[in-house]
Design a protein around this ligand. Sequence first.
Ligand code: HEM
Ligand SMILES: *[C@@H]1O[C@H](CO)[C@@H](O)[C@H](O)[C@H]1NC(C)=O
Ligand SMILES: *[C@@H]1O[C@H](CO)[C@@H](O)[C@H](O)[C@H]1NC(C)=O
Ligand SMILES: *[C@@H]1O[C@H](CO)[C@@H](O)[C@H](O)[C@H]1NC(C)=O
Ligand SMILES: *[C@@H]1O[C@H](CO)[C@@H](O)[C@H](O)[C@H]1NC(C)=O
Ligand SMILES: *[C@@H]1O[C@H](CO)[C@@H](O)[C@H](O)[C@H]1NC(C)=O
Ligand SMILES: *[C@@H]1O[C@H](CO)[C@@H](O)[C@H](O)[C@H]1NC(C)=O
Ligand SMILES: *[C@@H]1O[C@H](CO)[C@@H](O)[C@H](O)[C@H]1NC(C)=O
Length: 324
Amino acid sequence: MENFKFSYTLFLFCFLTFELCNRGELRKNFYRTSCPHAEQIVQNITWKNAASNAALPAKLLRMHFHDCFVRGCDDSILIDSTTNNTAEKDAVPNRSLAGFEVIDEIKTQLEQTCPGKVSCADIVALAARDSVSFQLDMSMWEVLTGRRDGIVSRDSEAVAEIPSPFSNFTTLKQSFASKNLTVKDLVVLSGAHTIGMGHCNLFSNRLYNFTGKGDADPSLDAAYAATLRSQCRSLSDNTTTVEMDPGSSLVFDNRYFWTLLQGQGLFQSDAALLTNNIANGIANEMLIFGKFLTEFSQSMKRMATLGVLTGKAGEIRKKCSVVN
Ligand code: HEM
Ligand SMILES: *[C@@H]1O[C@H](CO)[C@@H](O)[C@H](O)[C@H]1NC(C)=O
Ligand SMILES: *[C@@H]1O[C@H](CO)[C@@H](O)[C@H](O)[C@H]1NC(C)=O
Ligand SMILES: *[C@@H]1O[C@H](CO)[C@@H](O)[C@H](O)[C@H]1NC(C)=O
Ligand SMILES: *[C@@H]1O[C@H](CO)[C@@H](O)[C@H](O)[C@H]1NC(C)=O
Ligand SMILES: *[C@@H]1O[C@H](CO)[C@@H](O)[C@H](O)[C@H]1NC(C)=O
Ligand SMILES: *[C@@H]1O[C@H](CO)[C@@H](O)[C@H](O)[C@H]1NC(C)=O
Ligand SMILES: *[C@@H]1O[C@H](CO)[C@@H](O)[C@H](O)[C@H]1NC(C)=O
């Protein structure tokens, strides 16, 4: 009996510690000993690419967001579809996702330097931060590391989890709440739309046929709507793209909030932020650039920990586009 008790306690202890070891956590410079130059390699290759492609920060920032919102930040976004599975990459909200080749270039270098050590999920998180930081020449938010790569990627999940640009405030709030993100995170992170491009058909209902009577969205600034109509010539134009923050779409500033508050947010999901008093108040606070930078870095840090796999969960993918 005593013997049984002892073995049982031992078993419980091992089980518990195994669980603890297994769970692990993200931490600063996770690769300090296993791949000391990992973060510098990511930054060097990202900056080299950002220097020749000013659109890259928007691509990598959006990739990071889409990755984290579906199955957590586990790099499921990079997995290619197979004959039996349509992956997130090929879901409708993926349109215009890009920058995959930069992640591949980084991964190839890291596999040469320290094979099997650095996850694709960490590369995406680091490269997003580094690409946005390139212009301001500083590290804009802290990225903890130690993520592991997932082995599942489904288009249906991307369709369900990625918020639509036609969403109202209630839907956006719920979407973020389901990721443990607050209304403040929602408003602050929407400030990412200060860089990048949007396709006409994702907002042209606001220009041409908002309520089915050939009308425009009354909440959209009339002069801005006219400018947009000159760029997006029809309701069904799904090829033309426009700057989300006109004249400043390559610069990570806080102009998004200035234009948003003038009724010039591009998507209904942008305009929706003004329909709630609390969100509207936060948008106003973001007019101070320093405040926006501080809040953005905190919200990004939260988003970057969503549903991460750590410890022994998942795997370290050899190639980011295929599970091992
Ligand atoms: C709040 C809910 C959000 C909605 C409904 C939304 C929707 C969209 C849509 C429809 C586009 C245009 C895609 C295209 O036409 O190709 C876009 C672009 C973009 N989004 Fe969001 N987004 C949201 C939140 C975020 C967040 C949280 C981030 C990052 C932190 C982000 C970063 C970006 C970036 C950087 C682009 C530009 C991509 C490019 O230039 O290719 N978005 N978003
Ligand atoms: C990164 O780039 C810097 C400057 O070009 C260079 O001095 C450094 O050796 C590079 N580091 C790595 C790890 O590639
Ligand atoms: C697809 O499914 C079939 C039948 O279940 C299986 O034989 C095949 O190996 C699968 N292919 C891949 C690439 O997983
Ligand atoms: C996104 O999905 C479409 C199919 O819906 C596919 O044709 C396209 O190549 C995908 N884009 C990327 C970047 O994978
Ligand atoms: C917001 O959109 C959802 C989904 O389309 C809808 O069910 C809901 O009634 C809308 N809420 C408001 C306040 O318009
Ligand atoms: C949100 O928090 C709850 C409670 O702490 C946790 O169970 C859940 O997994 C979290 N969701 C995400 C997406 O991180
Ligand atoms: C505008 O919407 C209405 C109602 O959905 C539809 O009958 C009409 O054909 C649309 N007009 C255009 C130009 O698409
Ligand atoms: C754009 O619209 C055309 C015509 O409606 C359609 O055939 C095509 O698949 C659409 N392309 C995308 C990327 O949605």
